[in-house]
Design a protein around this ligand. Structure first.
Ligand SMILES: *[C@@H]1O[C@H](CO)[C@@H](O)[C@H](O)[C@H]1NC(C)=O
Ligand SMILES: *[C@@H]1O[C@H](CO)[C@@H](O)[C@H](O)[C@H]1NC(C)=O
Ligand SMILES: *[C@@H]1O[C@H](CO)[C@@H](O)[C@H](O)[C@H]1NC(C)=O
Ligand SMILES: *[C@@H]1O[C@H](CO)[C@@H](O)[C@H](O)[C@H]1NC(C)=O
Length: 777
């Protein structure tokens, strides 16, 4: 309406002009009116004149209406400048005012003035702006300008940006003179800090009040690979037992990369590592797990330093290292290495002799590698540590092969690990023999019994000796020792088998000649020097019944046998004579019994079985024949028995008297010579001796007489038949060894001597019952 200020003047001038001209003049200058857009219908524009007329617009639209009554031009409809003129400025509607009376035309213009009725608007309410984070500050990002249908001051005048640290906004002039906003980067973006944010750009128009429109600018910060991967730790330290199985997890490494996408995708790998490590470990490229690919051995490698890296998709990498300490596990048993072993060991070797040298070792370390070495307790050996895991095995006690010839020594080495591992080594030490044992006889005295009359070369027994040594030291040879009695013809009696100790009789033995003998045997080994021992062998010759009884009395081989005289007046049981016999054998073989074999008149005489006495069995009578012949059988008790017979001649005589027997002078002289001091004591003994002697003399005289009566008067003893040397008598009633006697009968003088030499016991049994009287030889 302000724009209309000039117009009423003009209109008035126009009206005046109309008035002055009056008629049908057409005003060359159009009437000019102005109106703001959007005025209400019926709003007053101008008063033309009170006249009837028409308003005709060029486009024939009835924007205005002329009030016929008042002549006021009023809005017929609301005018929208933007619709009518768009951006054309000024917006002028041309019309003609037609008056009817008189018919007149007036050209007029209606200027439509803009009001700020539109808000600036951005074409895009949301704008996405992708900016790489690497973009340098200063970079600009032009934006579409906002649209405002209003024109002039009411159009977009200014843009503002929501406060932010990254951008500021500047207005730029475009070629067509319009202004557009441009964003300028103030500082570099960091996707890792802020990957996305929104700015609000506001467009302001110049109206009053001004209107504004906004748009949201979403800034997406492009990632660039500006971050290298980084491991959690610069060094990973792990301890792995050396016995960990294959594929066991050693450690899991992990790195991070702030970048996104492929720049944040990491792959793990080893970084310039040795072959050993490549052989032993593997790393999973994605998970970062490091696992064992080969078994660890502490004894080979104790630790590994594995350089690892993580690489992102943009080839940036981060580094770290894994320090793997292999932990020793007691997985190695100790070992024993024998350096030397002496076997066999001579049994007399000195104690402290070194039998074996060995070393022990354990590949583990620490306690796992510390060892204890031992052998069995019950051995005569000692273990001695020398230096640095070396041991010697020495003989601690003297060795004796005979008590133990072999030792199985178990060397046990145990380490101190957990669990303990042990190793055993068995060695066998043999003890070699030394000739330290003499052969030993099984008995100190051997008694061998041999029956006499043996066949020559008879095996009579064995001696045996053993030697506890071995080999040649135990080979025993036997030999005979020279007899103690040089008289003994040992070499011809026995021989010995040198190898086995068998004894042989070399010739037939005779009990009657040799009842027993003794000798020594020697057993020697073949050692060097040889050792020997001795034993006694006693050989007893056993009696055989090889001797028949021998009748001593009456003598058998006289040309005239002895004749016994028996007085007819003799009573029953009168001792006629006594048969005396001996047997060279002994024992049962010499046990003699007597028996009447034949008699001229049976029943007159009897023989006592045990002592050989011949006695009358009854009273003699006149009718009995004068001459009698008796055959007496003497038999021993041997098996089979041997016997001898003797023939007795008996004469029955009348008036038989005791012949005078003078005492031997020797005896009388002896009696006189007895010392006076012991007179009383000796007297009794003398009387006894005298009596005994008389009896003996009597017997001798009788024997002599009978002999003389037989023939030449020369009496011979039975020496030829009776053994003249030692006789062993073991049984009762026979002669014993100690009875040495000699019988000598000397004829010629009529006086007979019977001498006994050794013992008064001689007069036992056989001789006690010799005929006392009435015998006539
Ligand atoms: C645009 O607006 C800002 C802040 O509102 C102001 O500082 C600036 O001077 C204005 N620019 C123009 C050309 O009016
Ligand atoms: C030693 O060992 C051997 C073989 O094992 C065995 O024949 C022998 O009897 C053992 N000796 C001893 C004394 O144990
Ligand atoms: C060593 O000897 C012992 C006892 O005789 C036996 O148990 C062990 O098995 C032997 N060791 C070896 C390695 O022969
Ligand atoms: C008896 O005979 C033996 C041998 O027949 C003879 O040696 C001995 O002298 C004889 N004795 C007498 C007394 O004739």
């Amino acid at each position: 309406m302000k724009s209309g200020e000039r117009c009423p003047q003009q209109i008035r001038q126009v009206l005046l002009f109309f008035v002055f001209l009056g008629g049908s003049l057409v005003c060359s200058e159009p009437w000019r009116y102005s109106v703001s857009e959007e005025m209400e219908i019926g709003s007053f524009i101008a008063n033309v004149v009170k006249d009837t007329g028409l308003v005709i617009f060029d486009d024939h639209k009835p924007y205005l209406q002329l009030d016929q009554q008042t002549g006021n031009l009023v809005l017929n409809e609301q005018l929208d400048r933007e619709a009518l003129c768009h951006l054309t400025e000024p917006c002028i509607l041309h019309f003609q005012v037609l008056f009817e009376n008189p018919l007149q035309f007036f050209r007029a213009e209606l200027w439509v003035n803009d009001i700020n009725d539109h808000t600036p608007a951005f074409l895009d309410k949301h704008i996405l702006l992708k900016i790489s984070e690497g973009t340098a500050p200063g970079a600009s990002f032009p934006m579409d300008s906002a649209q405002d249908l209003d024109v002039g001051k009411n159009g977009v005048q200014n843009y503002t940006l929501s406060p932010n640290p990254y951008f500021h906004l500047k207005l730029q002039d475009s070629d067509d003179g319009r202004k557009y906003p441009e964003l300028f980067l103030d500082q570099s973006l960091d996707r890792e800090k802020e990957s996305e944010f929104t700015l609000i750009v506001t467009a302001l128009d110049g109206g009053s009040p001004s209107r504004s429109g906004t748009t949201l600018v979403r800034i997406l910060v492009f990632d660039i690979n500006d971050n290298a991967p980084e491991f959690e730790r610069s060094v990973y330290e792990v301890q792995v037992p050396e016995n960990s199985p294959l594929d066991s997890l050693v450690v899991r490494v992990s790195a991070t990369d702030l970048d996104a996408g492929i720049y944040g995708e990491l792959s793990y790998s080893f970084s310039h590592v040795s072959r050993d490590i490549r052989k032993t470990f593997e790393i999973h490229p994605i998970s970062g797990e490091i696992r064992l690919k080969a078994l660890l051995d502490f004894e080979l490698i104790q630790s590994f330093t594995i350089n690892i890296q993580a690489t992102d998709g943009g080839s940036l990498s981060g580094k770290s290292a894994v320090l793997v300490q292999v932990v020793d596990v007691n997985d190695n048993p100790p070992e024993i290495v024998m350096t030397s072993l002496t076997s066999p060991v001579p049994e007399n070797s000195s104690p402290e002799m070194v039998v074996a040298i060995f070393s022990v070792r354990d590949q583990d370390s620490g306690d796992n590698g510390r060892m204890v070495c031992s052998i069995q307790d019950d051995l005569p050996f000692l273990l001695k540590p020398t230096f640095k895991n070396f041991y010697t095995l020495v003989a601690g006690l003297p060795l004796d092969r005979e008590s133990q010839a072999e030792y199985n020594i178990t060397i046990t080495v145990t380490d101190l690990g957990t669990p303990k591992l042990k190793t055993q080594h068995n060695i066998t030490v043999t003890v070699s023999d030394v000739n330290d044992n003499a052969p030993a006889f099984s008995q100190t005295t051997y008694t061998l019994r041999v029956r006499e009359n043996n066949s020559p070369a008879l095996h009579i027994g064995s001696v045996s000796a053993t030697d506890r040594d071995s080999g040649a030291n135990a080979q025993v040879t036997y030999s005979l020792l020279p007899p103690a009695d040089p008289q003994l013809p040992l070499a011809s009696l026995v021989s010995i088998n040198a190898d086995n100790g068998q004894l042989f009789a070399l010739r037939s033995l005779d009990y009657e000649a040799l009842q027993a003998f003794e000798f020594g045997v020697r057993a020697a080994d073949r050692g060097s020097p040889a050792l020997s021992s001795q034993a006694r062998v006693r050989v007893l010759v056993l009696d055989d019944n090889d001797n028949a009884p021998f009748v001593l009395y009456p003598p058998q081989n006289g040309s005239a046998p002895c004749t016994e005289l028996v007085p007819r007046a003799a009573e029953a049981g009168y001792l006629v004579t006594k048969v005396v016999a001996v047997d060279g054998d002994s024992g049962q073989n010499a046990w003699l019994s007597y028996q009447l074999l034949k008699a001229t008149e049976p029943g007159l005489f009897g023989v006592w079985a045990h002592n050989g006495e011949v006695r009358t069995a009854r009273l003699l009578s006149e009718r009995d024949a004068v001459k009698h012949r008796l055959v007496v059988l003497v038999r021993d008790n041997g098996e089979p028995p041997r016997s001898a017979s003797v023939t007795l001649h008996v004469l029955l005589v009348d008036g038989f008297s005791q012949p005078y027997l003078p005492l031997p002078e020797v005896a009388a002289a002896e009696a006189r010579a007895d010392p006076l001091t012991v007179y009383l004591v000796v007297a009794l003994a003398s009387v006894s001796s005298l009596f005994l002697f008389s009896v003996l003399v009597f017997v001798a005289v009788r024997l002599c007489r009978r002999s003389r009566a037989a023939s030449a008067g020369r009496c011979s003893g039975p020496e030829g038949h009776f053994p003249g040397h030692l006789v062993d008598v073991s049984g009762a009633g026979t002669l014993s060894q100690s009875y040495q006697y000699e019988v000598c009968l000397r004829g010629g003088s009529g006086t007979s001597e019977f001498k006994y030499i050794s013992s008064p016991h001689f007069l036992s049994e056989n001789f006690l019952g010799l005929p006392k009287a009435g015998n006539h030889c």
